[in-house]
Ligand binder design. Structure first.
Ligand code: NAP
Length: 365
């Protein structure tokens, strides 16, 4: 399963599908084939491993499939994997994590009913952590929202005269491009779109090129009723633009969910960020804090409906060593809202094995 997790981690962190790895073993335990999912429209991990085996004219009959996610039962862009494993004659299937997608789940039961020996839960937490944002998005029917902002140590996101470029240092801004590349969509309100005329693309540190972005650029999304000028950078065609003409955060996310967007980077500004925070629609906060003071000027977030200290929206630092990191002259803090919807699996910072397992998988990639 550790090997399957390594393979899974080679898949893309963005896109509509989870990262999945599969290892096929012969009845005597020796390695037959491996596979991983390379993104939407390509073979699922199980199908990739079976195809590798078939290409060599070999058979997995009587063997074991080790997969990081429950084999799917639905015919999407590719055929159902549970059926493919059955057809290949596997006697045993070891699964790390169950599938939260109601349309695809049930693979373990299907295999069991067909007489296959199925084990679920081996290294489940490491497997879940690998696809945490995807699993949350699929289970809730709305994308995972990361809210990113830059502020001075006194929490200001612009000076009193409205100027805000640049609060943070070049390395922090380069880090933001890396963060963008890790999301399916980048979202701002019309206020930011009109005030800053941002491009919202992934670019190199000098502001040019594609910043090493090999896949498609993230979808650019603007929320709000006002129109964007014809000459806005967001209309430059370098990436797709969606203007959601609403002030309802739920509706914004519904539009994105319908496009199979699983992760959104909310880049502000203060009004839109406050609306998302008030609606409980922020899953992670990434704050770039510059060692500077402004004393006046707009705060990083507008009114979130808190009037008393007891009602503060408390966050917990994200698990793992990257929760607080120095980036150039600035500090990046990653935190998550403390209260979570009932039934949702919360990361457990007191559970170092999970963090270590994922860190190890990433190291070994
Ligand atoms: N430091 C940072 O990290 C950072 C990041 C982003 C922006 N900024 C700065 O923030 C300033 C802009 O602030 P802002 O608050 O006006 O920007 P904003 O939050 O991007 O836009 C606010 C506008 O979005 C629309 N909107 C859509 N849904 C909304 C909702 N649920 N609640 C409220 N408004 C909603 C409204 O415009 P309609 O009338 O069109 O509906 C509203 O006026 C700029 O100066 C920019 O430089 C700083």
């Amino acid at each position: 399963m550790r090997r399957a997790l390594q393979l899974a981690a080679r898949g893309p962190a963005t896109g509509p599908n989870p990262r999945v790895g599969c290892v096929l073993l012969a009845p005597d335990g020796h390695l037959l084939a491996e596979g991983h999912h390379r993104g939407a429209g390509t073979a699922h991990a199980e199908a990739a491993a079976l195809a590798e085996l078939a290409a060599r004219g070999a058979s997995a009959a009587g063997g074991t499939a080790v997969v990081t996610l429950e084999p799917c039962t639905h015919t999407g862009r590719t055929g159902p994997c549970a059926q493919a494993l059955l057809a290949a004659g596997l006697a045993r299937v070891v699964i790390a994590d169950t599938d939260p997608n109601p349309a695809a789940a049930g693979g373990a039961d299907l295999l069991r009913r067909a007489g296959v020996d199925v084990e679920v839960g081996l290294l489940a937490e490491a497997a879940h952590a690998l696809n945490e944002r995807w699993a949350a998005a699929v289970a809730r029917g709305r994308p995972w929202v990361t809210w990113k902002f830059a502020a001075t140590l006194d929490g200001r996101s612009a000076a009193a005269d409205g100027t805000s470029r640049w609060i943070t240092s070049a390395p922090a801004r380069a880090d933001v491009h890396r963060l963008r590349a890790g999301h399916d969509a980048v979202l701002v309100g019309t206020g930011t779109a009109l005030a800053d005329d941002p491009a919202l693309t992934v670019r190199a540190p000098d502001g040019t090129g594609e910043g090493g972005q090999t896949g498609p650029q993230p979808l650019r999304v603007v929320a709000g009723l006002r129109e964007l000028p014809a000459g806005a950078r967001l209309r430059d065609g370098r990436a797709e633009l969606v203007h959601v003409r609403t002030r309802d955060p739920q509706q914004v996310l519904a539009v994105l969910a319908a496009r199979e967007v699983r992760t959104v980077l909310l880049e502000g500004g203060p009004a839109l960020a406050a609306a998302f925070a008030r609606a409980g629609l922020v899953d992670e906060v990434v704050a770039y804090l510059a060692p500077a003071l402004l004393g006046a000027g707009p705060a990083a977030v507008a009114d979130v409906g808190v009037s008393s200290i007891a009602d503060a929206l408390r966050l917990d630092l994200a698990p793992g060593p990257d929760a607080v990191v120095r980036v150039g002259e600035d500090v990046r803090v990653t935190a998550r809202p403390r209260a979570r919807p009932a039934g949702e699996r919360a990361p457990d910072p007191s559970h170092p094995p999970v963090v270590e397992e994922v860190a190890r998988v990433h190291r070994d990639r």
